[in-house]
Write a protein that binds this ligand. Structure first.
Ligand code: MG
Length: 246
């Protein structure tokens, strides 16, 4: 099986005998929603007119950071300027305005099947997002009814540190009441993968955007799937392999 090596590598690195997934800690943007194109476009439309020399593609690499940390990073990098909280907030408001004006965001194709298979296998879905975008958070119950109970959600409002810091995923473990080897992380972004592996959790990357798979492996992903429909087709098999590899 293609995953065996990856699982054994995780087990020996973490001194565990097996992975028994009881909870799946699931990122939102780029995993549950096909929203990254809109975020990227909104960032580009916000920061280009402010004189930041940027490409749309680079914003895929900042995914998972809080909005203010992305703004601070780029102003520091290009102008050597430290922004105040007020300046950051003003720029972030512009980004939110652009985001809302773009085309409606759709659920990620295949994500509903992926969630259904988790539930069938007795694994609790837990939302772990760095996002505070109310328009998407409010849609979760409509698009994925009954899946994410309120006590099993970690959002930008719950944590001090955004990804790549492990805090969001550590809080996901606490909310689910499980140990790292009793969970899996499902992510699409390099910084999210870093956060999952820093929390010592077996981290699955589903590559739903334009970045090379190698970038996700370099960030520490234990395994990379090429698309959400492909992952949904193989998740039950992966869970069986996780439980049976020692
Ligand atoms: Mg994401």
């Amino acid at each position: 099986m293609f995953e065996n090596d990856a699982i054994q590598k995780y087990l020996s690195a973490h001194n565990e005998t097996c992975i028994t997934p009881k909870a799946a800690l699931i990122d939102m943007d780029g995993v549950l929603y096909d929203s990254m194109k809109n975020h990227v476009e909104a960032w580009y439309r916000t920061l280009s007119p402010l004189g930041i020399p940027c490409t749309r593609e680079e914003f895929y690499l900042y995914e998972g950071r809080t909005g203010s940390s992305t703004i601070r990073l780029l102003f520091d990098k290009h102008f050597g300027k430290q922004l105040s909280d007020e300046e950051c907030a003003r720029i972030y408001k512009i980004k939110e305005k652009h985001f809302i004006e773009l085309d409606e965001i759709r659920p990620m194709p295949g994500a509903d099947r992926m969630l259904q298979h988790l539930v069938e296998n007795g694994i609790r879905p837990v939302l772990v997002t760095g996002s505070g975008q109310g328009s998407l958070l409010r849609r979760l119950d409509h698009d994925y009814p009954g899946i994410f109970q309120p006590q099993y959600r970690v959002t930008a409002y719950d944590v001090k540190h955004g990804k790549p810091h492990p805090e969001p995923y550590l809080m996901g473990l606490t909310k689910a009441g499980v140990a790292p080897h009793e969970a899996i992380v499902i992510e699409n972004a390099p910084l999210g993968v870093e956060a999952g592996t820093a929390a010592q959790i077996f981290t699955i990357a589903v590559n739903t955007g334009p970045i090379p798979a190698q970038t996700l492996l370099d960030a520490g992903a234990d395994i990379v799937f090429p698309s959400m429909p492909y992952f949904a087709d193989h998740i039950t098999e992966l869970i069986e392999t996780l439980k049976n590899t020692r």
